[in-house]
Design a protein around this ligand. Structure first.
Ligand SMILES: Nc1ncnc2c1ncn2[C@@H]1O[C@H](COP(=O)(O)OP(=O)(O)OP(=O)(O)O)[C@@H](O)[C@H]1O
Ligand SMILES: [Mg+2]
Length: 357
């Protein structure tokens, strides 16, 4: 009898996290991108850094949803064969999904994985729910810069990319015309600066008075230039708490999104949920974020007690949840096999997974 490997892929907009079920960490994390040179072989994921020429970059996932299938398939193939060294025919794949995945996308995923890849079995579940599992919790509210509760999903189109974009805008406001940063060429550099230097202030109105400017000011040295940031270190992340700054007048901020999501659930479980507020996703890695959310929740909730949980590594909790679930004994019936797919057809995917969405 062939023993099937359990492969876990967290299919993120920015990066794919891949590894094996039951393990604590993914083996590989690499960018969800395919680069095409003017001529010759394309570069996939982490191969991009090896290219010596300019590449046309194609990002197959947009705000969680797969939009470019050819490149998505290249990345899955690369993950299976080059990275994990597993043949899909001999593998069970646990693939994460974004909240509010479309039926059409889910069907296409199944079709590609079973028919093109010849996958043995498949499991799907949504990323924030898996993040909750990573804390061994079944009920809670998850803020994955987007909020999900098993019964309730509210999606906010605000994430790390928007913060990077806003930081570029802020930095450009201080620059002379000829030195302006450009969104395409300087993107990776500013993303790194954002990750290394930005934080969330607990009170942006008085942040500048809290310490001498010298302490707030930090310098980042890249190959060709030096970046000095002070106020912008915390102003960039303010869009999470004040989406109006980027003209999202009608969107709630992340704290009111948490309370809104809880209020949409049965009142009898509010207490339990308020004690399991999980904040996750790479962009919750900013220092001060947890404290600010707690501060704002205190104002919104008055005397009600609550508990905010932040994982140590905010980028991998969906992967970890999938890894844990994939080896749980009572989960083993949940795999959707190729044989079942052949018998039930494409609609089988909804019958098998509908209860989760
Ligand atoms: N330490 C950090 N501090 C702040 N931001 C960070 C940190 N580490 C990563 N990020 C940001 O987190 C984002 C990536 O997070 P993550 O890996 O959770 O997203 P993803 O899974 O690729 O995408 P999604 O889940 O939205 O489809 C990027 O915008 C990145 O700049
Ligand atoms: Mg993700």
């Amino acid at each position: 009898m062939i023993s099937h490997k359990t492969v876990i892929i967290d299919n993120g907009t920015g990066s794919i996290k891949a590894g094996f079920g039951g393990e604590e960490f993914p083996h590989y994390v690499f960018p969800t991108v395919v680069g095409y040179p003017k001529e010759g072989k394309k570069f996939i994921g982490d191969q991009l850094s090896k290219s010596k020429t300019k590449l046309k970059l194609v990002y197959p996932i947009k705000r969680g949803l797969i939009t470019k299938w050819q490149e998505m398939e290249e990345l899955w193939d690369y993950t299976f064969k080059q990275k994990l060294k597993v043949e899909p025919e001999n593998a069970r794949l646990f693939l994460t999904e974004p909240p509010l995945e479309t039926n059409e996308n889910r069907e296409k995923k199944c079709q590609v994985l079973f028919e093109t890849f010849g996958l043995n079995s498949l499991a799907l579940n949504i990323q924030p729910v898996l993040s909750l599992y990573s804390f061994s919790k079944q009920n809670g509210v998850v803020l994955e810069i987007g909020t999900v509760i098993p019964e309730t999903i509210n999606k906010l189109h605000l994430g790390g990319k928007d913060i990077t974009k806003y930081l570029i805008k802020l930095l450009n406001e201080e620059k002379k015309e000829e030195k302006k940063l450009c969104f395409e060429g300087d993107w990776d550099l500013i993303k790194t600066i954002k990750e290394k230097m930005c934080f969330v202030s607990t009170n942006p109105n008085i942040e500048d008075n809290k310490r001498p400017l010298k302490q707030l000011t930090k310098t980042f040295q890249s190959n060709n230039s030096t970046f000095t940031l002070s106020k912008n270190r915390y102003l960039a992340t303010e869009i999470l708490f004040n989406p109006q700054l980027i003209k999202r007048e009608n969107e709630p901020n992340i704290t009111s999104l948490i309370t809104k999501s809880v209020e949409q659930c049965d009142e009898r479980i509010h207490n339990e949920i308020y004690h399991s507020i999980v904040i996750t996703g790479g962009s919750s890695g900013f220092n001060g974020l947890k404290e600010r959310v707690e501060m704002e929740l205190k104002t919104l909730l008055g005397n009600r007690s609550f508990n905010v949980i932040l994982p140590v590594d905010t980028t991998i909790s969906a992967w970890v949840g999938a890894s844990m679930l994939s080896v749980a004994q009572n989960f083993q019936e949940s795999w959707f096999t190729k044989q079942q797919y052949n018998e039930m057809g494409i609609q089988g995917v909804h019958k098998r997974f509908y209860h989760q969405f």
